[in-house]
Structures are given as structure tokens and as C-alpha cells.
Write a protein that binds this ligand. Structure first.
Ligand code: DGL
Length: 263
């Protein structure tokens, strides 16, 4: 067993089905710049959001194992889909590690004003899961909530396409039924979607407020590490290591690009 002081310098493990969770990694680094991170993307098996539940659970557990084997002191499931499919099981299996998942930021969107109209963009799996239904039930008398499964959207980000006309046309078609409903806000309920934020704003217009769960997740990880006495005392900037099941130089270059990308 590792002594607690030794453990504090160990990395935080962050994973997603692909490169989307880098939108959460960015928030983690902002909130805890002195921590070290291993980011694991499973782009070979992406998307998760259109796969059967059992497959997503299996893939998720494999990612967890890979990160724990490298000494991760805490885990961030930077994927709404994997969180809804497996976070409860993960917590009951790995009781000794702080595990933080991400869920669509419905709460701030529903409470931002008196009975707003809220569009929730997410993967088909996320919107089908019990976890999301319970979340929706909590806010359905405070807001009109429109869940929108977006199969096909994460693939643009996986391909590094954040602003093509093809992406614009895809979003235009997907969002067309909501344009004259006068939405107050849009929740980005998949960690890939913040990378398409500019394009979503272009289609939805300047009046909508756009929410994502990245910052809340990063703050929750910091809180959990503090409670466990595992925050890194170092005052130096930490390091980030990218791993991906597609281990090509292009894939790793995309990870670096998304880490720095203005969104
Ligand atoms: N980035 C993932 C999420 O937050 C899912 C994308 C996918 O694999 O379908 O839901």
C-alpha cells in the first residue's frame, strides 16, 4: 500500500469514449493546475452513446482498470454516457478511489430564470437512462425540458471538425424543430459538444444561454480529493499525459489541439 503523502503526487485519471472529455480536462487543469493527469480516450470504440448498455459497461471498466493500473489516485468519468451507464457500479466496485462522473448541467439551466425552456443535447444512451429520467423529474416543474438525442454529432469532433459547413448543416437540420420554440438555454450533455459550441451558438442564436457540466465536475473532483486528503501539495504546474486506443501521432496531435483550442 502506498503512503498517503506519496499518493498525493499521483495523477488523476480522466477518461472518455474519445477526445470529448478533453473539454472536462481543461476545466480540471483550470481548477487544479498543480495536479498531474492521465487522459485516456477510447476513440477506437467510439461512439459509446449508440452501443448496448452492457458493451458500454465493459468498455468503461476496462478504461478504469487501465488508469488504476497506472496509479491514478482519483477518477473522472468525463463522459455523460459512461457515467449514466456505469458510475454506480464503478463506485461499488472501487470503494477506495474517489470517482466523479459528469451529468448534463440541467440544474443551473432550469433555475436560471422563471420556468425557462431548456434543450438538452446528449447521446441516445444518456437520454434513455434512468439516471437522466430521475434528473429530469427533479426539474420538470421548474422548466420545460426538451431532451434531444444527437447521434452523429460526436463523430465531427472525433474527426477534428469543429467548424465546417458540413457541421453547420448537420446542426441546422438537427436543431431546426427548436428554432421557433424560443429556447432560453441549451445544455451540452455530452463532453464532445463544447467543442461545437461556436457552431451551436451560430445555429441557435445569441439569445440562448449554453451550459455544460465541465466546471462543476472539476470542482467536485477537487472537493472529493480534499476530503480524502489527496490534493497535491506541489506548487509547480502539473503534467498531462494523453493515451488513446487509437495510438497514432495524428490522434495525439488532435488531443493536444483540443486542449488548447479556443471554445
Ligand atoms: N463524450 C461522451 C459523452 O459525454 C459520449 C460520446 C459517445 O461516445 O457517444 O456522453
Amino acid at each position: 500500500m502506498m503512503a498517503i503523502d506519496e499518493k498525493k503526487g499521483q495523477p488523476i485519471g480522466v477518461f472518455d469514449s474519445g477526445v470529448g472529455g478533453i473539454s472536462v480536462l481543461r476545466e480540471l487543469i483550470r481548477v487544479m493546475p498543480n495536479e498531474n493527469y492521465i487522459y485516456l480516450g477510447d476513440s477506437k470504440n467510439a461512439p459509446y452513446g449508440t452501443k448496448p448498455l452492457e458493451t458500454v459497461r465493459k468498455l468503461t471498466f476496462r478504461n478504469v482498470r487501465t488508469l488504476l493500473d497506472q496509479g491514478a489516485k482519483g477518477l473522472v468519468v468525463a463522459c455523460n454516457t459512461a457515467t449514466s451507464a456505469a458510475v454506480r457500479l464503478m463506485r461499488s466496485t472501487y470503494t477506495e478511489v474517489p470517482i466523479v462522473g459528469i451529468e448534463p448541467a440541467l440544474k443551473p439551466a432550469a433555475l436560471q430564470k422563471e420556468h425557462p425552456k431548456v434543450l438538452v443535447m446528449a447521446t441516445p444512451m444518456t437520454v434513455q437512462q434512468e439516471k437522466f429520467r430521475q434528473l429530469m423529474a427533479r426539474y420538470e416543474n421548474k422548466a420545460d425540458i426538451y431532451p434531444l438525442p444527437c447521434p452523429g454529432l460526436m463523430e465531427f469532433i472525433e474527426a477534428g471538425d469543429l467548424e465546417s459547413e458540413r457541421l453547420h448543416d448537420f446542426l441546422q437540420e438537427l436543431l431546426a424543430p427548436y428554432l421557433d420554440k424560443k429556447m432560453d438555454s441549451v445544455v451540452l450533455g455530452c463532453t464532445h459538444y463544447p467543442f461545437a459550441r461556436k457552431m451551436i451558438r451560430r445555429v441557435m442564436g445569441d439569445m440562448v444561454t449554453i451550459f455544460d457540466g465541465g466546471e462543476g465536475t472539476a470542482r467536485e473532483m477537487r472537493r472529493r480529493l480534499a476530503v480524502a486528503g489527496l490534493l497535491n501539495p506541489s506548487e509547480e504546474p502539473g503534467w498531462v499525459k494523453f493515451e488513446n486506443s487509437v495510438a497514432t501521432p495524428e490522434e495525439l496531435a488532435l488531443c493536444q489541439r483540443l486542449l488548447k483550442q479556443e471554445i
